[in-house]
Design a protein around this ligand. Structure first.
Ligand code: NDP
Length: 296
């Protein structure tokens, strides 16, 4: 395989984190401000614990304060809302994220609605969704933001390109489509009811896969030379008995024969998400303190 076809999200994310770390140190020195991120975890879901641990570690490595809270699995919605209110009011906290999924007794929408929009570093609050949809900035969800950065780094100007986003979730598919529209792509959003999905994908100069189905998108669905961004993270049985491995929503080995550029899984979009979370926290801290936002 031509190594240039592989989009190295790990390297890009490392570089982004280095820039965030540098700007964090500068803002600390010039303004005496240390950005603070509070990640709230409810329960003991193993995957969520790993994510939150990584977020905390990388927050500290970037020179920020990590002010997370872990609550018991039987925490009531009222108690979680009270925690969010406390963090909303805490001037040392500039970014708040509540790790999803939440236990059944808690309505995630009620929690997202309660987060102060200026501190909503996940970009899920209705206000931020509206700001993105109307092209007025706000906090942009981390995973789509990371995908957009990888695309712009590889392709430069995206104007006029046909983009197909497979998946219409509020956390990936829809905000991804908004970002691509904002970058002047012609955007199609596909989903589980889309007719002839392979044919729709074959029209894409940029193909974003955010489905959650292991290797669903096949090599011959890819327009020759297209740029493919695989958001999917799926755990499948590995060859070695009892072991598992991660794969994306795209059949990588086939797709790489057709694509001009493609993100691998792991090592593509995944590392970008936390890097963008740190970037959003820095941006949020600057905005809340009337400091010029660094261009990162
Ligand atoms: P959701 O389950 O919320 O959404 C999946 C979307 O895929 C839905 O819109 C669904 O359509 C669509 N879909 C499902 N089956 C098909 C099909 N057969 N054909 C076409 N479309 C289909 O998932 P998320 O958006 O939250 O996540 C998508 C993937 O991205 C997952 O693998 C997840 O693990 C990964 N992810 C990775 C992140 C990262 O940091 N790299 C962050 C977030 C997610 P419909 O609406 O019609 O049901």
């Amino acid at each position: 395989m031509n190594a240039d076809r592989r989009i190295d999200g790990r390297a890009f994310a490392e570089n982004l984190r280095a820039r965030v770390t540098e700007e964090t140190a500068r803002i600390k020195a010039e303004h005496g401000l240390t950005p603070g991120l509070a990640a709230v975890l409810v329960g003991e879901d193993p995957a969520s614990q790993v994510y939150v641990r990584n977020k905390n570690k990388q927050t500290i490595e970037a020179g920020m304060n990590s002010l997370g809270e872990t609550l018991a699995v039987d925490t009531s919605e009222a108690d979680l809302l009270a925690t969010v209110e406390k963090l909303n009011a805490d001037p040392a906290v500039h970014g708040i994220l509540v790790q999803l999924p939440l236990p059944d007794q808690i309505n995630p929408n009620a929690v997202i609605d309660a987060i102060e929009p200026a501190k909503d570093v996940d970009g899920f609050h209705l206000r931020n969704v509206g700001l993105l949809a109307t092209g007025r900035g706000g906090m942009v969800p981390c995973t789509p933001l990371g995908c957009e950065m990888l695309l712009k780094e590889r392709l430069g100007d995206l104007t006029g390109l046909n983009a197909v986003v497979v998946g219409r979730s509020n956390i990936v598919g829809k905000p991804m489509a908004q970002l691509l529209l904002g970058a002047n792509c012609t955007v199609t959003i596909a989903h589980s009811r889309t007719a002839d999905l392979p044919a729709v994908c074959r029209e894409a100069d940029i193909l974003i896969a955010a489905v959650g189905r292991a290797q669903m998108i096949k090599g011959d669905w890819i327009k020759p030379g297209a740029t493919v961004i695989d958001v999917g993270i799926n755990r499948v049985p590995a060859e070695e008995e009892g072991k598992t491995r991660l794969v994306g929503d795209v059949a990588f080995d086939e797709a790489v024969e057709h694509a001009g550029a493609i993100t691998p899984v792991p090592g593509g979009v995944g590392p970008m998400t936390i890097a963008c979370l740190l970037r959003n926290t820095l941006v949020a801290a600057c905005r809340q303190n009337n400091i010029d936002v660094p261009d990162i």
